[in-house]
Design a protein around this ligand. Sequence first.
Ligand code: NCD
Length: 310
Amino acid sequence: MPRCIMSPLDLTVSELDDLMRIAMDIMEKPEKYAHACDGKILATLFYEPSTRTRLSFEAAMLRLGGKTMGFHSADSSSAAKGETVADTIRVISQFADICAMRHPKEGAAFVAAEKAGIPVINAGDGGHQHPTQTLTDLMTIKALKGHFDDLTVGMCGDLKFGRTVHSLIRALVRYANVKFIFISPGELTLPSYIRDDLLIQNNIAFREVTKLEDVLPSLDLLYMTRVQRERFFNEEDYVRLKDFYILDKKKMELAGKDMLVLHPLPRVNEIATEVDSDPRAVYFEQVRYGMYIRMALILKLLEVEAAKKQ
Ligand code: NCD
C-alpha cells in the first residue's frame, strides 16, 4: 500500500526534521530540485474551496518539474453525479502518481487512502485534520524560532472547528515542555478528543482563557484563526462570534518583542491589516514555507528524494 499522510502523526519526529532540512535546502538551492519530479503528475482533488493549499501543492509540484491536474469543487467533479470518494480515487490512481485531497467530511481522506493505488495526502478533512498546514506551521516556527521545545504557544479563535489547530496541537505535544494557552469564547473551545483524550491523558500543560489581552505578554507564539463559518449550524451564532477577537496594533504592544504571530489564512477580521507591517507578523512568510515543505513531502512520498538530488 502506498504511503499516505492523514495526520501529522503519520510522520515521526525524525522524519519531520528530515523534511524541514530538505525544505530548507530546496529554499537555498532550488535548481538542485527543479527536475526531481520530471514526468510525475500530482492530482489535486478539492471537494471544498481553497486558494492557498491547492495552489501551494500545485506550485510545489511545478517547481519540482512535475505536472498537476485536478478539480477545485465537488460540483465540477463526478461527485455531482453521485460518484463515491472510493471510486474517484481508484480512477485517479490510474492517471496520477500522487494526490492531495480536501473534503468537507471528516475521515474522507482515510476512505480514499484505503482504496488508492497512489500516495494520498489529506489536505483537510472537515473540522478534523490538516497535516500539511501543520508542516507549514512547524517549518515556520523552526525557521524563525529555531526550536520547538519550551515554547509557550497561544492558540486563539475557533478552536472547536479549526482543523489546523487540532493538527498543530497533535504535532507540538511531541516536543519537550511545550505549554499551551487556548484563547476562545466558551462556545468554541477544543473538542474533547483533543482536550481530554490528548492533552489531559498525556499530562500536557495547558490553560483555557477567553481574554487575549491577559495572556499576550507570556506567549512565544500566537496562532490566530478565523471563525469557521462553513462549519456552523446557524448564521446567527457565526455573526455573534465572528469578531470576538481582533488582534490590532494596540494589543500587539502587550506582546513580547519576539512573539511571532502565525495564521493559516484566510484571514477575515481577526487580525487588523495594520498588524501586517509588524515584523512579528509572519503569516505571509508562513505561506512561502508551506510551499517548500510540500515540495519536500512530495519528494519523500514519491521516493525520488535520494535518486534525483545531487
Ligand atoms: C485553513 C483550512 O482550510 O483549514 N486554511 C488553509 O488551508 N490555509 C484555515 C481556514 O480555512 O481557516
